[in-house]
Design a binder for this molecule. Structure first.
Ligand code: WTA
Length: 641
């Protein structure tokens, strides 16, 4: 397969970028010709950011699985689509060829149909990182069901909230998941999530860990049984087939929940054609994938990075995608490097938090590994500090691999600002330049656009790109107010950003109440709500503070009712409560009991002050004159942890 729309030189980048901004319709129509359509479009783009309403390729029909699987079968059916590396290095690696992937996805499509899943139904997928997760996701797409993958680290309560919000009637899960030396009882968490749920009709359970599970009559079925039955239906005389449902370009492909600055996580909706194009285009251009390369994205498919750069991007390009079940530090801190060595990985796409954590283990784990296959390194999820960038470049890339620093979000569907590996210049800690089709602007708090270079402000995007968020599931108004009302006719990212003298973009972090902890997005309001569920808690305020490995840590100020005789036990109880309500990823790193919070006369918590204290600042707290009771600030400073 050749990739006609891969940009190869800096000059070409500028030329292509110009064209994509001047005439996005012509630009994307040309790229769309490289995909398989069941029916071509009536129009390329209709959009406004006020409702918002965004339509790409209206009138067209397609199925994304034909683009990700079927079209590769004739030329590369026996090549690896997925290389699966198990949690336990002693266990056997699994190679899933495109032919095998096709068969399994057809089986899942048949199985889901047998179970009563229809086009448009929402299917919640709560599994560990096993190939069956990929089959489940693509099986949904094959029949036009909307998948909603929930990360295996979320609690039963979080699953219950998501099931309710998505009105999902079907679940695919595993008995358990292996991650490092932990076994996460996924099915048991699903059972807890389903207490009181009246909507879920079927739960399919794949056996991974042989953890004992309760199977409810009429509701719970085994993946193995259902898949075996389906196999007989989809395979006739050695030929495997299951028709790919014709889908409208703008039909939703998936819902993925993500945290915002207020309320519960929202269900970001992406639609089929635009998302597919973007995942494919950005994958090929940013990483400069060449036929035969092995691409290893270390994310979990429970996050957008896994959706776009383990599954849809690589598979739509007929690439080989490596899927890893475990964690970077088990059995030891050399696991990533061992995988690179073992599978001769060419592209390694990971998160700054993982790099920083592995840096801390020293070079002994790197030394005896052959990393010479590596050609491109990538970073995603949070700003990468220069120290981590250089460590990654020197010790892993051996000074010869470009590093792509890719800025994007769940809502953007794929990479928005990044250098293109070896094609456009890199600059440590800078995402650098926008991808074709992306028109970034910086605005000040009054919405005034900041022109020229050497400016910093809030990052917005001015023009519709193919995979912009279409809605938040079940609540379009929330989508509008969250992203499209802060600055008229612009998508507001929630990030602060600097444009340097050469026009490179550098993301400085969130400007709203969203934290980025180890690359995971967590809303302060969500954590506060969870802490407040503890029976003794009167009120709490949560802020982020700089953390050497996690990027940001979570600092909670808690007003606790009455006295707490054993402070450390109470803290543990609060952590337990947060784990129950959200999941272990949202547990505060520090808890400080306080008698009051700094509030203005109108009752608003002055987080600015709390952030300063959490950062260890004691002297320059800033103006406290507008506070109802300035004395609380001194008390908080004294008790800072
Ligand atoms: C942050 C992850 C700096 C940013 C794909 C954004 C980054 C949020 C970078 C989205 C980067 C992501 N440099 N910051 N290269 N990539 N971010 O939705 O704050 O989980 O708004 O998507 O991560 O997180 P999300």
């Amino acid at each position: 397969m050749t990739y006609p729309y891969q940009i190869k030189t800096l000059a070409q980048y500028h030329e292509v970028y110009q064209k994509s901004i001047e005439n996005p319709e012509a630009f994307w129509a040309e790229i769309a010709e490289n995909f398989v359509w069941k029916k071509k479009w009536d129009s390329v783009l209709n959009w406004n950011f006020t409702e918002p309403k965004i339509e790409w390729f209206a009138g067209a029909q397609l199925n994304i699985t034909e683009n990700c699987i079927d079209r590769h079968l004739a030329t590369r059916g026996e090549e690896a689509a997925i290389i699966w590396e198990p949690n336990n290095p002693e266990e056997r690696t699994r190679i899933v060829t495109y032919n095998r992937l096709h068969k399994r996805v057809c089986q899942v499509a048949q199985m889901l149909t047998n179970l009563g899943v229809k086009k448009g139904d929402r299917v919640c997928i709560y599994m560990g990182m096993v190939p069956e997760l990929a089959y489940a996701v693509l099986g949904c797409a094959r029949i036009g069901a909307i998948h909603s993958v929930v990360f295996g680290g979320f609690s039963a309560q979080s699953i219950a909230d998501r099931l309710e919000d998505a009105q999902a009637a079907f679940i695919i899960t595993c008995d358990g998941a292996e991650r490092g030396n932990k076994n996460i009882p996924l099915k048991s968490l699903i059972d807890d999530a389903l207490i009181g749920n009246k909507l879920v009709k079927k739960v399919v359970v794949y056996t991974r860990t042989r953890t004992p599970v309760s199977m409810l009559k009429g509701r719970d079925v085994w993946w193995e049984d259902e898949m075996e039955h389906a196999e007989h239906q989809v395979e006739k005389n050695g030929v495997v087939s299951f028709p790919a449902e014709p889908m409208n370009a703008e039909d939703p492909l998936f819902i993925l929940y993500t945290s915002g600055s207020t309320g519960k996580p929202k269900g970001v909706v992406h639609s089929i054609a635009g998302y597919m194009l973007w995942a494919n285009y950005t994958f090929l251009n940013v990483f400069q994938y060449q036929k035969g390369m092995v691409h290893f994205c270390t994310a979990d498919i429970g996050w957008i990075t896994g959706h776009s750069y383990i599954l849809y991007g690589p598979l739509s390009a007929g690439a080989t995608s490596l899927m890893f079940e475990g964690i970077p530090t088990w059995p030891d801190a050399g696991r990533f490097w061992e995988i690179v060595d073992k599978h001769q990985v060419n592209i390694l796409y990971t998160a700054p938090t993982a790099i920083r954590s592995l840096m801390g283990f020293g070079l002994d784990y790197v030394k005896n590994k052959d990393l010479s296959s590596l050609k491109v390194l990538g970073s995603v999820g949070e700003p990468i500090n220069e120290e981590a960038w250089h460590w990654f470049s020197q010790n892993i890339g051996k000074g010869k691999c470009p590093i792509v620093d890719t800025w994007w979000q769940t809502e953007t569907g794929g990479i928005m600002i990044s250098n293109l590996a070896g094609v456009t210049p890199q600059k440590p800690a800078h995402a650098t330049l926008p991808l074709p089709g992306v028109l970034p602007v910086l605005v000040d708090e009054n919405g005034k656009e900041l022109v020229g270079n050497g400016v910093s402000g809030n990052l917005c995007i001015k023009q519709a790109w193919p995979s912009v968020i279409r809605t938040t599931y079940g609540d379009h108004e929330r989508c509008r107010t969250n992203y499209f009302t802060a600055y008229p006719n612009m998508y507001f990212t929630g990030d602060g950003c600097l444009r340097d003298e050469e026009g490179n973009y550098r993301i400085t972090g969130r400007v709203d109440d969203v934290l980025n902890v180890s690359g995971h997005r967590i809303g302060t309001a969500e954590v506060e709500n969870a802490i407040n569920m503890h029976s003794g808690v009167v009120e709490s305020a949560v802020v982020g503070y700089p953390h050497d490995i996690k990027g940001q840590g979570i600092y909670a100020y808690v007003i606790f009712e009455g006295s707490h005789h054993e402070e450390s036990l109470t803290k543990q109880d609060i952590l337990q409560t947060v784990s129950r309500i959200i999941g272990a990823i949202a547990k505060p790193d520090k808890i400080q009991f306080v008698t009051g919070l700094p509030k203005t006369r109108s009752g608003k918590i002055m987080r600015r002050i709390l952030r300063k204290i959490a950062e260890g600042e004691t002297a320059n707290i800033g103006d406290t004159s507008t506070l109802l009771d300035p004395a609380v600030v001194d008390d908080i400073i004294k008790g800072a942890v």
